[in-house]
Design a protein around this ligand. Structure first.
Ligand code: NAD
Length: 258
């Protein structure tokens, strides 16, 4: 059995992961961690607590969907204790990204802005669509998320934009977050990202490739957080036996296909 410490356990993703764990054979929920100001609801499998350092031990897999600060702190603690980490929080700053990279020199870490296997398929479909249309076609991304989401644009939209920018050889400043005012003609080496926030959208990403007189759209819609949770469980199984390093969902899917 792989013991799991879930950080951000009372949140939307924390609850979806805990629910998915109920049916998993070789995984057990050891502890559920919430920040001190959030009352732990209690109940269910795994003790509730506020201090991950009181529970995380060598051989555990920590799963965190919390906050940028929570992600950085979890990475540091995992490196100190010899625990693997599956990290899903988006909107990390440079310091937190560096904390994860540093921790990955000592323990195995899977990090993904989106744990849905459908989004992995969208990224692959985008790569082949970009190879099939002229390089002059414009790339625009529209993402929709629920009204409580903290960061914009979404980590997934940034990932899709970066995928397209690197395939096209665009400069690092090619990403345009929304437009307003007299923006002039659209530069060719630009990728627009547009973030809608409202209601209860779980996650919706559309990539539009627009040419002269025609366009196509590649779109993924997550209707339920269970879509992310299944990818998280696959990542837990992978990271539990992986050598120290920084891994992506592609590494997890690649290992599962072998
Ligand atoms: P949420 O606000 O519903 O839940 C976050 C929970 O983490 C809250 O209960 C909060 O109290 C807790 N928390 C915050 N900081 C903490 C800390 N330091 N220690 C312990 N608990 C802490 O948010 P959510 O919708 O569950 O999303 C969480 C994160 O996951 C966001 O960054 C979101 O963008 C990201 N997300 C990623 C994926 C993915 O597939 N990678 C999917 C959905 C959401």
């Amino acid at each position: 059995m792989i013991p799991i410490v879930l950080i951000g356990a009372a949140g939307r993703m924390g609850r979806a992961v805990a629910e998915a764990l109920v049916g998993a054979d070789n995984l057990c929920l050891k502890a559920r961690i919430e920040r001190p100001e959030t009352p732990a609801p209690g109940g269910g499998v795994g003790a509730w607590g506020h201090d991950p350092s009181a529970v995380v031990a060598r051989g555990d897999v920590v799963v965190e969907f919390s906050s940028p600060a929570g992600a950085g702190a979890a990475a540091q603690l995992c490196a100190e204790r010899g625990a693997a980490l599956v990290s899903g929080t988006t909107g990390l700053g440079t310091a937190e990204e560096e904390a994860l990279r540093a921790a990955a020199r000592r323990v195995a870490i899977v990090r993904a802005a989106n744990f849905s296997l459908g989004v992995l398929a969208l990224r692959r479909a985008l790569a082949s669509a970009l190879a099939a249309v002229p390089g002059s076609w414009d790339v625009e991304i529209v993402e929709r998320h629920h009204r409580h989401k903290q960061d914009a644009p979404s980590g997934t939209a940034l990932q899709l934009a970066q995928d397209a920018a690197s395939r096209r050889g665009y400069p690092a400043d090619a990403l345009r977050l929304g437009r307003s005012g007299r923006v002039g003609p659209r530069p060719e080496a630009e990728i627009g990202i547009h973030s809608l926030r409202g209601g209860t959208w779980v996650g919706d990403h559309a990539v539009v490739l627009a040419g002269r007189g025609e366009w196509l759209e590649l779109r993924h819609v997550a209707e339920d957080r269970g879509a992310f949770a299944q990818g998280v469980l696959a990542a837990v199984g992978f990271v539990a036996t992986a050598a120290p390093g920084f891994y992506t969902l592609e590494d997890v899917a690649g290992a599962a296909a072998q």
